[in-house]
Design a binder for this molecule. Structure first.
Ligand code: SAM
Length: 498
């Protein structure tokens, strides 16, 4: 099995635009770290920081709260600005909204020094979403052995030359004339949008009126799997249909943003700004070519046309939802805490099972699901001891394609069942292996229990996954510190994937 040692830098927080960057690791040193969570700044113990602080003392003092570890002060716990005992009494709300790449969730200081999520885990959130989406894309692209290209129109001509393979032969035959016609006759909004997008002002290559599965989308950046739809008035009457179409395209791993004709024409700069922001939040670098997509750049696509008719009408294809035959990825989050990883799996289209031993924490998961606007997406939220749950799933023959587990050093199940990582990890991993499907997608083993190094986590996971091929990456989950640019290690992790 290929085995690689890595530093996983959850520094993607920093690549988000300033107004979207809800978390920052401001500085570290002298056994502490100072971080901004949304509007609030906190100091927490960070024993690894044996070096000096970089930022001024005044910065370290102008904070909203501080967690005192029992090693330093008389008792461990939080103190808040103006000496209030609890953030409820302070101007802070009990929980406040945070967001990472468009997924919203809640933060609040907890008695265990955390704030309801671990920012460095953003590495895992990106990985989970990308892996699941890639799985759906590859199924979609490989569904038909013989793929046909979407038509690409050379400038001034009506001929077709091969472009990207994003649909199957039957649908392509049915839709190609309409796609060409729509390129020739754009709405005014589509024309303005294309004038901006074709100049590559976004630094990404967009295609227009591309056939994707049974749909003709207005604009698509295949590299980022981003679709832009420019809607005219007709869409006001087609909300349901658009929703269905978006759901299906999402299952294939595309993200969609919609603009009205009016918005594109009258606020073109704003349109470009929003597209750029969206491109930034999509972490995937490129499609895995060779899985059915036909090549890279098409030099023939220099098309520029005059006025159009517009409006995408797929009405004759309504009800042809052949995504139903796509097997859904079953994702299991063990020791799942407040469930941010579960939300990313849910957004990617997985069937999610979330297990934790704390009732209070599971209430938080439900709140997060609501805040994220995903309450209509079903998620199994289970209060159970992780080992008991796995044993039960094994008996029932229930299988999972993707698992993340982040076992604490010590914990208790809801009925007082004792969890000790040194004693119970082998049992946990052997049960996880038993509930894995024949061709799993990935397994992540994370641990903050500092005396298990990344290498030992990696070797343990390698043993567990023996016989399945794939590769192991192990290393430290880190965050970039803003003050001096250090890469700050926060957790050990091992990732197996196929
Ligand atoms: C370190 S947190 C996991 C953090 C999570 N990976 C995240 O990023 O949000 C550990 C979680 O394990 C849960 N836990 C502790 N003992 C457990 C047990 N025996 N069975 C299931 N969950 C348990 C705790 O309630 C806690 O939510």
């Amino acid at each position: 099995m290929k085995n690689e040692l890595k530093i996983f830098c959850g520094g993607d927080w920093l690549s988000l635009s300033m107004d979207k960057q809800d978390y920052e690791l401001l500085d570290t040193g002298e056994g502490e770290k100072i971080e901004r969570f949304g509007p609030y700044v906190f100091v927490r113990p960070y024993e690894d920081a044996v070096w000096k602080k970089t930022l001024d003392k005044k910065v370290w003092e102008k904070i909203d709260g501080k967690f005192w570890s029992s090693k330093v002060g008389a008792k461990s716990g939080w103190t808040f600005k103006n000496n209030v005992q609890h953030p409820m009494l302070h101007k802070m709300q009990k929980k406040w909204e945070m967001s990472y790449k468009g997924v919203k969730f809640l933060a609040s200081p907890t008695p265990f020094r955390h704030l309801g999520f671990f920012p460095e885990q953003s590495t895992h959130w990106d990985f989970i979403e990308e892996k699941i989406k890639s799985y759906y894309s590859s199924i979609f692209l490989n569904r038909e052995k013989e793929m046909h290209p979407s038509p690409t129109l050379p400038e001034g001509e009506g001929e077709m030359v091969p472009g990207y393979f994003t649909t199957d032969p039957k649908l392509w035959k049915r839709l190609k004339d309409r796609a060409l016609d729509m390129r020739k006759n754009p709405t005014k909004g589509e024309k303005v949008a294309w004038d901006v997008l074709r100049r590559n002002e976004t630094e990404f290559h967009f295609r227009r009126q591309q056939i994707i599965d049974r749909f003709i989308v207005d604009f698509v950046c295949l590299e980022k799997r981003l679709i832009i739809e420019v809607d005219g008035d007709i869409h006001d009457f087609k909300k349901e249909e658009d929703k269905e179409r978006s759901e299906i395209l999402k299952k294939f791993g595309f993200e969609i943003i919609r603009f009205s004709n009016e918005e594109v024409i009258n606020k073109t700069d704003n349109f470009l700004h929003k597209v750029n922001l969206k491109l930034k939040t999509i972490s995937r670098n490129s499609l895995s070519f060779g899985e059915g997509w036909g090549g890279v750049n098409d030099p023939n696509d220099k098309s520029s046309f005059g006025e159009y008719r517009g409006g995408v009408d797929n009405s004759d294809l309504r009800g042809v939802d052949n995504t139903n035959d796509i097997k859904k990825i079953k994702f299991l989050n063990l020791f799942g805490y407040t469930g941010v990883a579960s939300l990313f799996a849910l957004r990617a289209g997985a069937e999610v099972t979330h297990v934790d031993a704390s009732k209070q924490t599971l209430e938080w998961v439900k709140e997060n699901q609501k805040v994220a606007g995903m309450e209509n997406m079903s998620m199994r939220i289970i209060l159970d001891d992780a080992l008991k749950f796995l044993a039960r799933e094994e008996k029932r023959g229930i299988k999972y394609d993707a698992v993340i587990m982040d076992p604490p050093k010590f914990g208790r199940g809801p009925k007082g069942e004792e969890w000790k990582i040194e004693r119970d990890l082998p049992k946990l991993l052997s049960l996880v292996r038993k509930v894995l499907s024949d061709k799993p997608l990935f397994v992540i083993l994370n641990s903050y229990a500092i005396d298990s190094s990344a290498l030992s986590l990696g070797y343990t996971l390698e043993d567990t996954m023996q016989g399945l091929g794939g590769e192991i990456k192990q290393g430290e989950l880190c965050l970039l510190e803003k003050s001096k640019g250090r890469t700050i290690p926060l957790s050990n992790t091992a990732i197996w994937s196929l």
